[in-house]
Design a protein around this ligand. Structure first.
Ligand SMILES: Cc1cc2nc3c(=O)[nH]c(=O)nc-3n(C[C@H](O)[C@H](O)[C@H](O)COP(=O)(O)OP(=O)(O)OC[C@H]3O[C@@H](n4cnc5c(N)ncnc54)[C@H](O)[C@@H]3O)c2cc1C
Length: 482
């Protein structure tokens, strides 16, 4: 890398990269300072450890899609990325989605495959966090926190997609006609889980998977629920690991359930609350996916700038030629807009959405009652009781009105679309300008180009996210499936 890049681009703080953060720093200095501190940590890990290895890991995964670089993830343990969203009172960083997004942009500027390990983990734990399931906070999430302190990663996955149902499982409007294969039949003491999930990021390396499945496939909207399944549980196995085009450092695997017994306590939240859960989780995660894509675009931009500084045509650096300057300016403009879109999406969620509720009462409960007391069997019974779960749900409903939900969905889907379209267009143009050199596997832009495309597909295709903006903009008029 050139000195130019080091000084002019890669050293910029969030306040310099996003004017709204500079303005906000006057109003909420601690909040912005903390965001910048996380940004600096992610930048250090990305630049020091991730970027130097990104191409090599990509090549290893091309040879063997099951390859996973545990050492690199272990190096992230002192930074606290796996526990950053877990409430402080449970030992985590207590951060909301904006912080996660800022971290993901930084990591993605280094390698979006590695970043996706942390992103998919965040998706996996968010069902527990947003369902305010204190029982699981004190067990599986405590395991994440404690293991991270020991330097051992404990990773989550979120299993929603099925072989014949992708977008349909993510959207209540399409769920009724979805071809679902997975079902969790109630039995004495728990559930029997049967079926398959596919393309599950972290699926082959996760200790815990949050699995979405209906209790009755003929009534998915009414019975969809979430379950926690552990690696090694009898009846649960990992099938194919996909040879996907990009983000290879994060394996996408098939999960197979054959009469897998899930004890009742491993239900996350309430029975039948799965549709609401998926919608809330995706409302929370699409902003950070916008950040992932913004990071991919920024990574492409930075590599292109680097190239234009080194490359001369007609005796002049490309960087000094006006046609290149105009292209670079236009790419930077799109990246600024993508960053604004994800900050809007995440802050809408953080300030009007479910995390606000978590701050209001779940965290208070965590603060007020120490964890050894919370783990007492009697307290556990109370926390797990249907009355407690219903009270939690009612409090959520009272605080989060329909308008809040529509806003969250609109802005988070908007962020996801804006970021991913920017990632694709910037990577495409950068590759075109660099030319032959960038067509080789050994060039970072070739990898970034493959990574960029995936951001338009996952977390709901961009087509479905566009429709999501529409139905939340016109909630009364909009229909589904026409
Ligand atoms: C890299 C990667 C990582 C992933 N990680 C995970 C993960 O961790 N967990 C997980 O559960 N899933 C994961 N997925 C799956 C991802 O969420 C799905 O790919 C995505 O939701 C789209 O589903 P699909 O590909 O099955 O498309 P489909 O739903 O089959 O759609 C196919 C086409 O039809 C269109 N379409 C579908 N329904 C409609 C409709 N009603 N109206 C109009 N058009 C429609 C779509 O836009 C698309 O063009 C991952 C995917 C990728 C690529």
């Amino acid at each position: 890398m050139t000195d130019f890049l080091d000084v002019e681009i890669a050293q910029r703080s969030l306040g310099e990269m996003a004017p709204r953060m500079k303005i906000l720093a006057g109003l909420m200095p601690d909040y912005v300072r903390e965001l910048e501190a996380w940004q600096a940590k992610a930048r250090e890990y990305g630049r020091r450890f991730v970027r130097p290895q990104a191409l090599e890991i990509d090549a290893k995964c091309r040879r063997d899609p099951r390859y996973f670089d545990w050492d690199l993830i272990r190096r992230a343990m002192p930074y606290g990325f796996l526990s950053m969203a877990i409430p402080k009172s449970a030992g985590g960083g207590g951060n909301l989605t904006t912080t996660t997004a800022v971290v993901l942009e930084e990591l993605c500027a280094a390698c979006s495959g590695v970043a996706n390990v942390f992103g998919a983990h965040g998706l996996g734990i968010s069902g527990i966090l947003l369902g305010f399931d204190l029982y699981h906070v004190d067990r599986s999430l405590a395991d994440v926190v404690e293991s991270e302190k020991r330097g051992e990663p404990v990773i989550f996955a979120a299993a929603i997609t099925e072989p014949l149902a992708g977008s349909d499982v993510e959207d209540a409007g399409y769920l009724r006609t979805a071809k679902l294969m997975t079902e969790a039949r109630p039995v004495a003491g728990g559930y029997r889980l049967n079926g398959r999930k596919v393309f599950i990021s972290n699926g082959s390396i996760a200790k815990y998977s949050s699995v979405i499945a209906p209790l009755d496939r003929t009534r998915p909207n009414e019975t969809m629920s979430a379950f926690l399944v552990r690696a090694g549980d009898p009846g649960f196995s990992v099938g194919r690991v996909e040879e996907k085009m990009g983000m290879k450092a994060c394996p996408a695997a098939e999960l197979i359930f054959e009469d897998c017994f899930v004890p009742r306590e491993n239900l996350i939240g309430l029975e039948g609350d799965g549709v609401r859960g998926v919608e809330t989780v995706l409302g929370a995660s699409r902003g950070p996916v916008g950040a992932i894509a913004t990071g991919v675009a920024r990574g492409a931009f930075e590599r292109l700038v680097d190239f234009t500084v080194r490359k001369k045509t007609g005796g002049r650096r490309l960087f000094d030629q006006q046609w290149v300057q105009i292209r670079l300016a236009d790419m930077a403009r799109r990246i600024f807009l993508a960053r604004q879109a994800y900050l809007d999406g995440c802050m809408t969620f953080d300030f009007t959405g479910a995390p606000k509720l978590m701050k209001l009462f779940a965290s208070r409960m965590l603060d007020a009652v120490p964890s050894h007391v919370r783990r007492h069997p009697l307290i556990t019974r109370v926390l797990r009781s249907a009355t407690m779960q219903r009270t939690t749900r009612r409090m959520m409903d009272e605080r989060l009105d329909e308008n809040d939900l529509h806003h969250i969905q609109q802005y988070s889907s908007g962020a996801k679309i804006t970021g991913s379209d920017t990632a694709m267009s910037v990577a495409y143009e950068a590759l075109q300008i660099v030319g032959l050199e960038a067509s080789l596997h050994r060039h970072e832009l070739e990898k970034i180009f493959r990574d960029a495309k995936l951001t338009q597909i996952y977390e709901g295709t961009n087509q479905l996210n566009r429709h999501n903006v529409f139905i939340n903009l016109f909630p009364r008029e909009a229909g589904h499936g026409d």
